[in-house]
Ligand binder design. Structure first.
Ligand SMILES: Nc1nc2c(ncn2[C@@H]2O[C@H](COP(=O)(O)OP(=O)(O)OP(=O)(O)O)[C@@H](O)[C@H]2O)c(=O)[nH]1
Ligand SMILES: [Mg+2]
Length: 209
């Protein structure tokens, strides 16, 4: 049985609280609220030095990070405390299960699922698909394929034949049209309570919903 992300958070929070308590005496440099509760959060995005962090309660908190901790990325789990001005201060970065790298830089962490989005237009290219699959396999990250804009296809049988090859070696393939809302409801159901990353060339529909 695998733990849900929430259960995992709770366990990690207990461990993190121990660490924070142990560090407290040694650490006098803080403008944290007096009895600011130690919280665990999920990094949604980073912009410059600021982080947007989702708390366990589901609140979005603007945070800055202590200088001495590694740069965090989307998907990271962090320990933070509220400061007096209602922003958060990230004081620790929890261990990562996995990472996605691009040009030797970590761009996301703790990924549950990568989705390689391809489309009828711009038309999918096998060499590009294979390159993404190699990135995923090298990072030991689960990846599935989404073929979007299927309503534009004049030969859906050919499309299915093309992707049968990937299915035969174990990749799951979904066929969608975001525009016509074909297959989208089932697709969205798979996206709950996990960290998903959408990959793929520009214009395929990654940002569409
Ligand atoms: N015909 C058709 N167009 C779609 C569909 N889904 C998305 N589009 C359109 O495709 C265009 C590109 O969609 P985006 O979601 O911006 O693509 P993207 O992958 O996020 O592109 P980048 O942000 O540049 O990487 C937009 O004009 C969408 O309206 C679809 O199912 N069918
Ligand atoms: Mg986009």
């Amino acid at each position: 049985m695998s733990l849900t992300r929430r259960q995992k958070w709770r366990i990690e929070k207990i461990q993190a609280e121990r660490v924070v308590r142990a560090n407290k005496a040694a650490d006098s440099n803080q403008n944290l609220g007096n009895s600011a509760e130690v919280q665990i959060g999920l990094v949604i995005t980073r912009y410059g030095q600021r982080l947007l962090v989702e708390s366990e309660a589901g609140d979005l908190v603007q945070c800055t990070a202590r200088r001495n901790i590694d740069l965090s990325v989307a998907g990271d789990q962090v320990i933070f405390q509220m400061s007096d001005d209602n922003t958060g201060v990230v004081t620790a970065l929890l261990e990562r299960d996995n990472t996605l790298e691009r040009s030797h830089k970590i761009i996301a962490a703790n990924i549950d699922e990568l989705w390689l989005v391809v489309a009828i237009e711009p038309h999918y290219q096998f060499d590009l698909i294979d390159r993404y699959l190699v990135v995923a396999e090298n990072g030991n990250l689960p990846i599935r394929i989404v073929v979007n804009k299927i309503e534009l296809s004049k030969n859906i049988e050919q499309v299915k034949t093309d992707f049968a090859m990937y299915q035969s070696i174990g990749y799951k393939v979904s066929y969608l049209s975001v525009k016509e809302q074909i297959g989208t409801a089932e697709f969205k159901q798979q996206l709950n309570d996990k960290t998903h990353i959408f990959l793929g060339q520009s214009g395929v529909g990654k940002s569409s919903h």
